[in-house]
Design a protein around this ligand. Structure first.
Ligand code: UFG
Length: 323
């Protein structure tokens, strides 16, 4: 059997250039097959052509606001896509799977009252269809295990992934105006945006702005390797684990840290709260350390320095120009 892992990604959001750059970093050829996860024939052909050891399932849409205005698109892409994948996985007997879940699965009321969030906190009453789609997939995976305990499943609940590879060659390239804080700050620093709107200055936090647990994408990537290693040696019920740092930083902490890393002043204006946002969200990360031997190593400074390097060296993302 080839030592191969199927990485499921939403294909139309992949930039060919990013794959070429990954190949340069790892000095290895990356096998890339283009297809729609919802197309069962595409998946069957893929599993016939290759033999996979494990599947890391990243595919999904992730814009919270868009999920509120277009929920069916989210349930179709995220939930329906997963169902098709699981059907084919079952058929071909490749039953080791790591799934990208999110801190958004935590119950809204629990998240407001019990911080830091541990894996034991309640889930389900999410604030948006994106979060609900992740919650539904978690339930599907758990039910699947009950029906067939030869499945080996790890569910990673990401907190707020930010940063870029330290080479400055691969990073986040959002379509249009960024929804998330870090790419918005980076684009403001590079002069693409006039100022940052800080959504709410009256939260019950140390400076009134929203607090989140930002995690460097490289730490996050390593957590997936640890999860695969764990599944290789343990056959147990689905593992559910928070992937965060356990540290909460406010929007203004992020602005300050990014200004320091880039040497650029970030203009900002405090505006209205954004619908669906909560005051604070950060992880209790101890279970990841205990069970996977994983903990975040990168600091907030690393996250800002690496994001800035990527943004400065690629002001138009993977495109040559902004048009
Ligand atoms: N924020 C601003 N201005 C902006 C953007 C964000 O003030 O222009 C604030 C938000 O109000 C929040 C914080 O910055 O307090 C972080 O917001 P993000 O949009 O970056 O991230 P969220 O905490 O809303 O998390 C969402 C999903 C996560 C997902 C994450 C990254 O809930 O599941 O985006 O995609 F992982």
């Amino acid at each position: 059997m080839l030592d191969m892992i199927l990485l499921c990604l939403i294909i139309f959001q992949i930039h060919q250039k990013s794959l070429n750059r990954v190949e340069k970093i790892i000095n290895k050829k990356v096998i890339f097959e283009k297809g729609d996860l919802r197309d069962i024939d595409v998946l069957k052909n893929l599993f016939t052509k290759y033999k996979f050891d494990s599947v890391i399932h990243f595919a999904g849409l992730k814009a919270v606001g868009e999920s509120v205005s277009n929920p069916l698109k989210y349930y179709d892409n995220n939930v329906n896509g997963t169902l098709k994948l699981l059907e084919v996985i079952s058929l071909f007997g490749c039953k080791k799977i790591v799934f990208s879940s999110s801190a958004t699965v935590y119950d809204e009321v629990d998240a407001a009252n019990y911080i830091p969030l541990s894996e034991q906190n309640k889930t389900g009453k999410t604030t948006n269809p994106y979060g609900t789609s992740k919650y539904m997939i978690e339930r599907i995976l758990e039910d699947l295990y009950v029906s067939d305990n030869s499945f080996q499943i790890a569910i990673l609940r990401y907190f707020n992934p930010v940063g870029a590879h330290e080479s400055g060659t691969i990073g986040e390239d959002p379509n249009g105006i960024p929804n998330n804080l870090m790419p918005f700050i980076a684009q403001t620093a590079v002069g693409k945006r006039e100022f940052l709107s800080v959504f709410g200055g009256d939260y019950d936090t140390h400076d009134g702005t929203g607090v989140r647990d930002y995690i460097h994408v490289v730490d996050l990537a390593i957590a997936h390797i640890k999860a695969i290693e764990y599944l290789n040696k343990s056959a147990t019920k689905p593992l559910v684990v928070n992937i965060g740092t356990g540290k909460g930083y406010s929007v203004l902490d992020m602005v300050k840290s990014f200004s320091k890393a880039s040497g650029v002043e970030i203009p900002y204006k405090i505006s209205q709260r954004r619908a669906g946002d909560i005051a604070k969200c950060y992880a209790k990360p101890s279970f990841a350390k205990e069970i996977l031997g994983w903990e975040a190593k990168k600091t907030l400074e690393d996250m800002c320095v690496d994001s800035w390097r990527w943004q400065k060296e690629n002001p138009f993302g993977y495109k040559q120009t902004d048009c």
